[in-house]
Design a protein around this ligand. Structure first.
Ligand SMILES: NC(=O)c1ccc[n+]([C@@H]2O[C@H](COP(=O)([O-])OP(=O)(O)OC[C@H]3O[C@@H](n4cnc5c(N)ncnc54)[C@H](O)[C@@H]3O)[C@@H](O)[C@H]2O)c1
Ligand SMILES: [Zn+2]
Length: 376
């Protein structure tokens, strides 16, 4: 089995991410290497457990003393009530400080179970087994855990690095197409901000990737893990470098917020956001036209996106200003001076952002009509 071991540095010491097809079969063995535990507790959701429970159960060689705690992993259930539900269930199952919590699922399970692990008895050891593309290349890496409040997303949480992450692309087989494509948006993002070579490979092989071709995923997933691991190892607390991971996200969060989180899967909003960020880079004289057109073309290979909302640029700007990442009302944008590089810029002129918000939906609709026309 081809398996990559990627080390992530964190404030409480390093942890490894094991990535490769079939890694799940080594789960018990790898966990044994972490030390002795009094009991093992899986936290997952009914939907995830139906999809991958059998292979995870076998891989973990679950014994009688282990228990499985299932909770709803809808984004609307990513809240403190779920943390209470999980931690109370752990109590009833007799979990103690020496217990191990294994989070099996996408980003929702990882964030909620991770926060439960951080706070239950002031912290029990945590292993992530991510089962969505987003969680494999993004949310399981870097130690951010947390839940939403009615007032906003991810407002309560903790940095709580796991002891180990087991990333097996085979677990993605049952993922819906929409979720898979959403994850690919973050993959494209990684290539724009840090990996021009991967960007070129995506341009060439995107069809294979969309088919979830084994060798394509076997290459892409560890490569993306490496990118995020490198960034968070150098800047765990997002004091600088980690910000580049927000490429396209200032726009995306605004699009999600004005549509009340109903229209877009997050990756779809990020896809629009990356197009807008490329245009903004060009508008500011930073990103060259040929890079902009390559970015737009690659993003569009993801397939048709839910349309841009019918709201004014001013409404979108308002949403950006109230984003929790906006500091003192100053809009910051991650921009890419060339494919493979990015940094964050503050004090971007408002009128430039407004222009981009105005013409992005117009340009993209116009060009899709054009390509339809050309091919009959
Ligand atoms: N902590 C971080 O650094 C970080 C980073 C990015 C995103 N996030 C968070 O992650 C969440 C999104 O995570 P996500 O994109 O993984 O989505 P998700 O966890 O919402 O999962 C998407 C859907 O896929 C289902 N699913 C999961 N694995 C499956 C499988 N193998 N087969 C079939 N169905 C499966 C889930 O039940 C769910 O319905 C958001 O809450 C976001 O805030 C956190
Ligand atoms: Zn994202």
């Amino acid at each position: 089995m081809k398996m990559k071991r990627i080390l992530v540095k964190s404030s409480v010491g390093p942890y490894s991410i094991l990535s490769g097809a079939g890694v799940i079969r080594r789960a018990a063995q790898e966990i044994k290497g972490l030390g002795q535990f009094s009991s093992l507790h899986v936290v997952s959701s009914p939907k995830v457990w139906r999809a991958v429970g059998e292979s995870v159960r076998r891989g973990l060689r679950l014994s009688k003393g282990s228990t499985i705690h299932l909770f709803d992993d809808a984004e609307s259930a990513k809240n403190l009530r779920s943390v209470e539900e999980i931690t109370r269930s752990l109590c009833r199952a007799g979990a103690d400080r020496k217990s191990l919590l294994v989070a099996v699922g996408g980003g929702v399970v990882g964030d909620v179970a991770g926060f439960a692990a951080a706070s239950f008895l002031r912290g029990v050891k945590l292993v992530h087994i991510p089962t969505t593309l987003v969680s494999q290349v993004d949310s399981s890496i870097g130690g951010k855990t947390g839940v939403n409040l009615p007032e906003g997303k991810n407002l309560v949480g903790a940095f709580y690095p796991p002891a180990l992450v087991l990333t097996d692309p085979e677990l993605l087989r049952t993922l819906s197409d929409r979720e898979f494509r959403g994850g690919l948006a973050e993959v494209i993002k990684h290539s724009i901000i840090a990996d021009a070579k991967m960007f070129a490979i995506l341009e060439k092989d995107f069809e294979k990737v969309l088919r979830r071709d084994r060798s394509a995923l076997g290459f892409l997933i560890p490569r993306n893990v490496q990118i995020k691991a490198r960034v968070v190892s150098r800047d765990e607390r997002e004091s600088g470098l980690r910000e580049i991971l927000n490429y396209g996200h200032t726009f995306a969060h605004a699009l999600e917020s004005v549509t009340k989180y109903r229209r877009y899967q997050h990756g779809e909003a990020v896809a629009w956001g990356m197009i807008a960020a490329a245009f903004l880079g060009h508008e500011l004289g930073l990103t060259r036209a040929d890079d902009v057109s390559r970015i737009v073309a690659l993003v569009r290979l993801l397939g048709p996106l839910p349309s841009w909302p019918r709201v004014s640029p001013a409404a979108l700007l308002g949403a950006m200003r109230s984003d929790k990442k906006t500091r003192a009302g100053i809009l910051r944008f991650v921009l890419s001076p060339r494919i493979g590089e990015a940094r964050s810029y503050d004090a971007v002129p408002l009128h430039a952002v407004e222009r981009v918000l105005h013409f992005t939906p117009r340009l993209i609709t116009a060009s899709s009509k054009l390509s339809r026309g050309r091919h009959g």
